[in-house]
Design a binder for this molecule. Structure first.
Ligand code: DAH
Length: 341
């Protein structure tokens, strides 16, 4: 019988090499020590078939084997647990020197960036922001701005009419009227916002963004306008930039001017951007027409003012070197990601 016990012991020892994890140990241990199905457990059941005089010796042998096996498995279990714990610690180890995973961040749309920059520059000079509405009536968009129904200047702005009276504003100049109706001078506001015209090519879009400026007070002159514009172009296009005024025509300003700034690409020598002239047209402006002041109940003998209108897409296109306005509206991330200041 001793031989049978020896065989079992040898089987256990032979199996040791395969015991690489707790589950394997559990299964292997069970196959020997389970009281019903285990090989050692079954040896106990054999007891009744053993002749009575051999029973004591047999029982002792089985018990010794059982004790040995219990000790053997608990030693292995301890080793395996230790090893598994070590592996767990390894796998959970945090390397604090590893570089962080980079998080992709978005950026503001170039039009929003440009708009914010312009607002920053002008609020820095004491301007307040007035945001008008995109739907206007004919009076605020045209008539009060000295552009009555039959005025030829209306043809310059192909208008989206919503009804005979209401329209999508074609210019932020309509904001001037709302402000002058509700506020007495001194007035110093900018009015950024979307405007709409039935116009569509490489440099025009049916929806675009303007920023109107209006200053009304006693003794305001064209010199004040140019002084302020000079500050403005230096902040947006760089320190060396200067402006020049050319005579122009807008119904709501008299005199009216077209404002150019010296080419910030070539410094005025002449290049592709300024088409060899050294100058780039950046906005329209002028002294507020007395008729417009009077339409808003402001005494045009006592007060004078200047106004200007900036195209925000145009400013952004010049600044970022974009030749097609559509690139600003197509939401192509490859383009938009490059335009981050
Ligand atoms: N409203 C004009 C336009 O959309 C731009 C403009 C020109 C605004 C002269 C002004 C100004 O305030 O004085 O073309």
């Amino acid at each position: 019988m001793n031989e049978a016990l020896e065989k079992i012991k040898q089987k256990i020892l032979d199996g040791e090499a395969q015991l690489t994890n707790s589950k394997a140990v559990y299964e292997f241990k069970k196959s020997f020590l389970d009281s019903k199905t285990g090989k050692i457990g079954q040896l106990m059941k054999e007891m009744r078939n053993i002749p009575p005089e051999e029973r004591a010796g047999y029982g002792k042998g089985v018990n010794e084997l059982k004790e040995w096996a219990n000790q053997f498995f608990s030693d292995i279990e301890e080793k395996i647990k230790e090893k598994e714990l070590q592996l767990k610690y390894e796998s959970e180890k945090i390397d604090v020197t590893m570089p962080a995973k980079s998080v992709e961040t978005g950026n503001l749309h170039p039009i929003t960036q440009m708009r914010n920059q312009l607002i920053d520059v002008f609020t820095g000079m004491g301007f307040e922001v007035y945001e008008g509405t995109e739907i206007e009536n004919d009076y605020y968009n045209f008539t009060a701005l000295n552009t009555p129904k039959d005025h030829p200047a209306r043809d310059m702005q192909d208008t989206f009419y919503l009804s005979p009276e209401f329209l999508l504003r074609t210019q932020t100049s309509s904001g001037q009227i709302h402000v002058m109706e509700s506020k007495k001078p001194p007035i110093k506001i900018i009015s950024p916002g979307k405007v709409f015209r039935s116009d569509d090519d490489a440099t025009h879009s049916p929806m675009f963004t303007q920023m109107e400026g209006l200053v009304v007070d006693e003794n305001i002159t064209l010199c004040d306008l140019q002084g302020m514009l000079d500050m403005f172009v230096k902040k947006i296009y760089g320190d060396g930039t200067v402006t020049r005024l050319r005579p122009s025509y807008f119904p709501f300003t008299e005199p009216s001017v077209e404002v150019d700034c010296s080419c910030f690409e070539c410094g005025g020598k002449g290049c592709k951007l300024c088409k060899g002239t050294g100058w780039i047209e950046i906005l329209g402006a002028g002294m507020v027409n007395k008729k417009v002041l009077e339409n808003c109940g402001i005494d045009s003998e006592k007060y004078s003012g200047f106004a200007f209108g900036i195209g925000i897409e145009r400013t952004a296109m010049l600044k970022y070197g974009i030749n097609n306005i559509k690139l600003l509206f197509e939401s192509d991330l490859r383009v938009l990601k490059q335009l981050d200041d």
